[in-house]
Write a protein that binds this ligand. Sequence first.
Ligand SMILES: NC(=O)CC(=O)C(=O)O
Length: 279
Amino acid sequence: MSQLRVGLCQMLVTEDKDVNIKKADEMIKKAVSSGAKLVVLPEMFNCPYDNSYFPKFAENCPEGKTIQFMSRAAKENNIYLIGGSIPEKDEKDNIYNTSFAFDTNGNIIGKHRKMHLFDIDVEGGIRFMESDILSKGEDITVFDTEYGKVGLSICYDIRFPELMRLMVLKGARIIVIPAAFNMTTGPAHWESLFKVRALDNQVYMLGTAPARNKESSYTSYGNSIITDPWGRVVSKLDEKENILIQDLDLNMIDKIRRELPLLQHRRTDLYTLDLLNED
Ligand SMILES: NC(=O)CC(=O)C(=O)O
């Protein structure tokens, strides 16, 4: 398959989980009616991005209400669905920021627990400490689709080039990043990060953010974005609720990797990037 139409749902997240699920359902259907075959939701799409909400909104896998909804939505709409992220609770009550990916039959084909927690304190800007509540994920996530391998990470994970490169070494041709940058780091870093990660790794990068909600404690930057393997911004939203629909030319990945063989030119005789603890 050389073409893939994707739909990035930049939805407004509220304090009501049911309202959020309903909104996600409507936006997925709209993306599908525009021809999207892979649909992406934003980080923490069922819950305000705020530590105080995570325990209350957290769900166990696979029985959680949001997880069941996502599986149904993927199957009913015959799409690959990357379910942004939600607070996920394990059997020991540890809470993770987790992204679930579903195939067209509603099966979970990927599950990424945010690996790098967002603990920052910028003078005159934002302070956020995910690790006060959340636990770290341990696994790199790459899964197969009929369009090729897809890598999945969440928000702050994009700042770690080693993780992005490891996904590419595992075969990722598209990297999906459900995210929620803010009004300090968004204007400064969002677009540059998507451009440089696409350029370095010669992949499509897809970033889906929540729409900006001025009433929430954490203000999302929005600006959902797609960058291509040449490092260009292909398409981008502003801060408002909307769906970004875009065709990806998957042949471009091979063309650029052939013409400018960065991945082959790595000096692996001099340096390596090792994945520790691989199963
Ligand atoms: N919210 C995040 O995880 C990351 C973020 O906003 C940033 O890296 O900036």
